[in-house]
Design a protein around this ligand. Sequence first.
Ligand SMILES: Cc1cc2nc3c(=O)[nH]c(=O)nc-3n(C[C@H](O)[C@H](O)[C@H](O)COP(=O)(O)OP(=O)(O)OC[C@H]3O[C@@H](n4cnc5c(N)ncnc54)[C@H](O)[C@@H]3O)c2cc1C
Length: 354
Amino acid sequence: MIDCIVVGSGLAGISFCEELRKNGKTFMVFDNDSQVSTNIAGGLYNPVILKRFTPVWKAEEQLDTALPFYAALESLLGEKFDHKIPVYRRFTSVEEQNNWFVAGDKPGLSPFIETSVHHFELPGVEAPFGYGRVLQTGRVDTEALQKAYVSYLQDTGCFRQESFQYDRLQVMNDRVIYDGIEASRVIFCEGFGMKKNPFFDYLPLNGTKGELLIIEAPELELDFVLKSSVFLIPLGERRYKVGATYKWKDKTNIPTEESRMELLTKLQSFFKGPYEVIDHVAGIRPTVADRRPLVGQHPEFSRLYCLNGLGSRGVMIAPFAAKQLYQSMYGQQEIVPEMDVERYRSKYQSTVSG
Ligand SMILES: Cc1cc2nc3c(=O)[nH]c(=O)nc-3n(C[C@H](O)[C@H](O)[C@H](O)COP(=O)(O)OP(=O)(O)OC[C@H]3O[C@@H](n4cnc5c(N)ncnc54)[C@H](O)[C@@H]3O)c2cc1C
């Protein structure tokens, strides 16, 4: 008998496995590579919403959990994932500059906004109104992290590369049985894959497709993330991630010509230098109507849990949400109500009653 079966090895699954591992619990992880959000993400963590200059929900608490979490993973896996790189927002008007100064004086934002305007020259980029710098930002190489973590799980015999078949799960009052494995609980961390999960498909997981281009710009050497109409995220060797798009209808992981054109048009609106597109990727962000994660226990089957709805900011929120789930599961603390799936109990009841 093990403590947990974990379905999914994206940021949600990794974060929860780490809670289990640190607390000496036993577990088995399943992943079938059906979702790629963690694999292709930009990987940015940034406590400020740069469209409206507002703080991210519980930004300080999220960063307080996330930064030590990635540092511990770097020690565990012997590889660097967290690149502490600044983010500069390019201003397009005096009004934006003023809004930046106003935002920097607000209590929830002042730790994260440097209230001065920076002016510097970049080849191919015009910025007559300068840039504002966001503090406490960085990029986690989520692709490398997922690869290294899965390989670590494989080495420790805790990983099965296969689909979790929901109809083969036996749920009892005191345990679950799946394919000969007896466990105390199952934690579903399937990202947008949760749409196929008959236990949690009552939850309002919408899913928002995102696409990114990888470009090589031979004359541009940035050591920071540049945010204009799109993000330019440096990967080293003058390669950059450019993105991302937000689409609500298409739920496939297939890159589209329409999004490629959208990204290139936005890129060219502020970057006039030469570049070449070397890759194009797409994935579905697990987004929720009320923009809060979906964390907690199933309303009827107490052995089943979900950790999902990380939306477009999984890097920052996954470790915080996983910790909340673990602590609630072992009776140490309740989940923040805004994230708790309990808020959708009536939705479940109306689904069950038909
Ligand atoms: C284009 C794009 C850019 C992004 N940029 C950023 C960014 O800069 N910063 C940021 O913080 N976030 C970013 N995100 C969002 C981020 O990727 C997500 O919040 C996060 O990765 C979600 O993690 P997850 O573990 O919940 O889901 P996923 O990463 O989708 O992982 C779920 C896993 O479950 C597996 N799975 C599903 N169903 C089953 C099943 N039945 N059996 C077995 N395995 C199953 C899947 O194969 C997958 O590996 C971006 C997303 C996209 C699409």
